[in-house]
Design a protein around this ligand. Structure first.
Ligand SMILES: *Cc1c(COP(=O)(O)O)cnc(C)c1O
Length: 221
């Protein structure tokens, strides 16, 4: 199916609930992004800073870029003022670098805290046990705001997916009830091509869909 047809199908699933669709364009050419843009998509997700830097200048200015991959501290300087939302705040050291670079430019970094909900060694994101400490550090910032949470859950069957989505939703709701400086729980970023429908049922507010829109990725090109 074409990118347009895929988008129609995915958007039909999101309709009537106020769910944000981020079209994950990693590894895909700018032509594909332009195609999706032309039918109205404005939120795009990339996971690598270098790839983002190559594509961003070639595409319209009103695209909202979402950085969904692990962010190394030494790459922060390249993205200041260029991304709409960083989904992968996962350490106090990264927080400090964001604070330093964004305050120097008098800008604000909007972020989500990424939680490694399945405690998988292969994945980034903080463990739930370390959440309070990171939140404490965020409260001291002037140039970083936390808008919610993000997770990439372990691969598994529907029951397993639901379990992890429910855990994320419960952490999200618990934090929402509390009052923090610099932190609001507006966005719960969870759900990808194969599980976004389940994620929505479990309370996701933003889904990140790549192959379901742009087709299979080829990493060997
Ligand atoms: C690649 C990626 C996605 C999209 O995955 P699909 O299976 O193609 O929908 C979503 N989130 C993150 C963090 C990713 O790296």
């Amino acid at each position: 199916m074409s990118i347009e047809e895929n988008l129609n199908n995915v958007e039909a699933d999101l309709k009537e609930r106020k769910i944000t669709l981020v079209a994950v364009s990693k590894t895909k050419p700018v032509e594909d992004i332009q195609t999706a843009y032309n039918v109205g998509v404005r939120d795009f997700g990339e996971n690598k800073v270098q790839e983002f830097m190559k594509k961003q200048p070639l595409l319209p200015d009103d695209i909202r870029w979402h950085l969904i991959g692990h962010l190394q501290r030494n790459k922060v300087k390249y993205i200041v003022g260029k991304v709409y939302l960083i989904h992968s705040l996962d350490s106090i050291r990264l927080l400090n670098e964001l604070e330093r670079r964004y305050s120097a430019k008098k800008l604000t970094a909007n972020t989500l805290i990424q939680i490694n909900i399945g405690r998988e060694e292969s994945k980034t994101g903080i463990y739930v046990d370390d959440l309070e400490r990171l939140i404490g550090a965020c409260e001291k910032c002037t140039s970083v705001k936390v808008k919610g949470l993000m997770a990439v859950i372990p691969k598994g069957d529907e029951e397993s997916c639901r379990h992890y989505f429910k855990e994320m939703k419960s952490i999200f709701e618990d934090l929402k009830k509390r009052e923090f400086k610099n932190i609001s729980m507006d966005i719960l970023s969870m759900g990808m091509t194969h599980d976004y429908k389940i994620a929505i049922e479990e309370g996701s507010t933003l889904v990140r869909v790549g192959e379901g829109i742009f087709g299979k990725r080829n990493y060997n090109k």
